[in-house]
Structures are given as C-alpha cells and as structure tokens.
Design a protein around this ligand. Structure first.
Ligand SMILES: NC(=O)c1ccc[n+]([C@@H]2O[C@H](COP(=O)([O-])OP(=O)(O)OC[C@H]3O[C@@H](n4cnc5c(N)ncnc54)[C@H](O)[C@@H]3O)[C@@H](O)[C@H]2O)c1
Length: 238
C-alpha cells in the first residue's frame, strides 16, 4: 500500500484559485498522477499555469459537463471541489438556488458524468464537503445546506456504486486560508476566535487537506467508502 499514483489520472474540479483544489492537484501530481484541473476562471492561478491541463468548466452547465467527460480518455480519481458561498447573501431565494446548483448539483453532475470512466478504472470520487455540513450557518444557509447534502450524497453514491468497484468519500475541511475565506479573515476577532477554539491552534492551509485526499484515493483506503473525514484541526469536536 502506498501513495504512489504513477499511471493513474486525476481530475480536480474547482482548482483554479490556488485554494484547496489546487493543493490537492499538486499533491496528486507530486505522487505521480497525470492531473487535469478545472475552474470558472480563464486560466489557473499563475503558479499553476503550465503545470496542469486546464479546462474552463461551469459545473452548472450539464451539456458542458457531458462534453468534458466525453473528452477524457481515462479517470481514476475525481475530486469535486467547486463551490460558492457569499456571507449574508444566501437568504435570497435565487442566490440560494445558485449555491445549491454549484455545490450540490454540480458535484452530482460531475460524478454522474464520470461514472462510466470510474467504473472502467475501478476509481474513486472525493467530494469536498465542509464542517458547515454539521453546523447551522445563519449567514450562509445555502452553503450549509448544500454541504450537508454533499455529505449525504456521498453516502448514497458510495452504496449505489460499490458494486461497480467505485469508492465515494468526502472531506470536511474546517477553517482554511483561501480566497473563499478571505472576506471573513478581514475580521481580526474572527481570526483570533478560530485560532482559540481550534485544538491545534491555527487556521488550516490548503496543503493540510491534500494528504487526506491522497489517502482516500489510495489502496490504503481500499475498505473506506461513504466516509466524510473532518480535517479541521479539531474545531468541530471542541
Ligand atoms: N476555505 C475554507 O475555509 C473551506 C472550508 C470548508 C470547505 N471548503 C470547500 O473546499 C472547496 C474549495 O474551496 P476553496 O476555499 O479552495 O475555494 P476557492 O474559492 O479558492 O475555489 C473554488 C473553486 O470553485 C470554482 N467554481 C466556482 N463556481 C464554479 C462553477 N459554477 N463551476 C465550476 N467551478 C466553479 C472556482 O473557479 C474555484 O476554482 C470548496 O468546495 C469549499 O466549499 C473550503
């Protein structure tokens, strides 16, 4: 058992902003995998340009998702990282629906589109959920609901596709320093409160998530499916 992904191919969806997706993509590449990444931006973050095959892909566009999956020859690992949230804006029904469309339906669309390829390779899916799948989130009700649903969907797909040899797991990150959390990190009291409550005493970095993604996709996790692993420095148990 090892974290050697030579000869394997991975696709990380939502890896264009040097956040969690990009850290996971770099880890798979360092472990020998052939890695493609996607995102909404025209191009990936400057440090990742040229490092990966990049596809601009909106996960709410079903036709585009189908065309993208049809163009991939083989896939061993699908990582669903694409998500949006906007603190304080999610009580607006149209925006609520958009958040759910990207975070939940987008995850489902991508998994479904790659189901045949993953079945052929005996591959695995890793969905990036959130600690907010389990907490109430008054400023981000759509985000919390969508992530709870992603965790639940992970369990359902794990059972549905076990017979196809596909494992489906999730990761629930805690507070991580990325563009998505940039606005909340402008509040020094919030930054300090997170540090104080987190048993490991700090915010997470994108790289903190990557090891768990490698483990879940590896043979070391061959009997793990339907799981959602918290990677939050202990915040959710404190
Ligand atoms: N940052 C955190 O504190 C934190 C905590 C828990 C969970 N997460 C989750 O981790 C994942 C990565 O988050 P991040 O902080 O790196 O975010 P990020 O904002 O840096 O990256 C989000 C990615 O999603 C893509 N995206 C957005 N809308 C899309 C759409 N319609 N179609 C396709 N792609 C789209 C963006 O292009 C980008 O690549 C997300 O699922 C997020 O919810 C983040």
């Amino acid at each position: 058992m090892s974290l050697d992904f030579r000869g394997k191919s991975a696709c990380v969806v939502g890896a264009s902003r040097a956040g969690i997706g990009a850290a996971i993509a770099r880890a798979f590449k360092a472990a020998g995998a052939e890695v493609s990444i996607t995102g909404m931006e025209d191009a990936p973050a400057p440090e990742d340009q040229g490092a990966f095959t990049y596809h601009q892909l909106d996960v709410t566009d079903g036709d585009a998702v189908e065309a993208f999956s049809a163009g991939q020859k083989r896939l061993d690992v699908l990582v669903n990282c694409a998500a949006i949230t906007e603190r304080g804006e999610e009580m607006v029904p149209d925006f609520f629906a958009q958040v759910v469309d990207v975070n939940l339906h987008g995850t489902f669309r991508m998994a479904l589109a790659f189901h045949p390829a993953l079945k052929a390779s005996g591959g695995s899916v890793i969905n990036i959920s959130s600690m907010y799948a389990g907490f109430g989130s008054p400023k981000n009700p759509a985000y919390g609901a969508s992530k709870a649903a992603v965790t639940q969907l992970t369990k359902s797909l794990a059972i549905a596709w076990a017979g196809d040899g596909i494992r489906v797991n999730a990761i629930a990150p805690g507070f991580i320093v990325t563009e998505q959390s940039a606005r909340s990190r402008t509040d020094p009291a919030h930054v300090a409160a997170v540090n104080l409550r987190t048993p490991l005493g700090r915010w997470g970095q994108p790289d903190d998530i990557a090891g768990t993604a490698l483990f879940l996709a590896s043979d070391a996790a061959q009997f793990v499916t339907g799981a959602c692993i918290p990677v939050d420095g202990g915040y959710s148990i404190a």
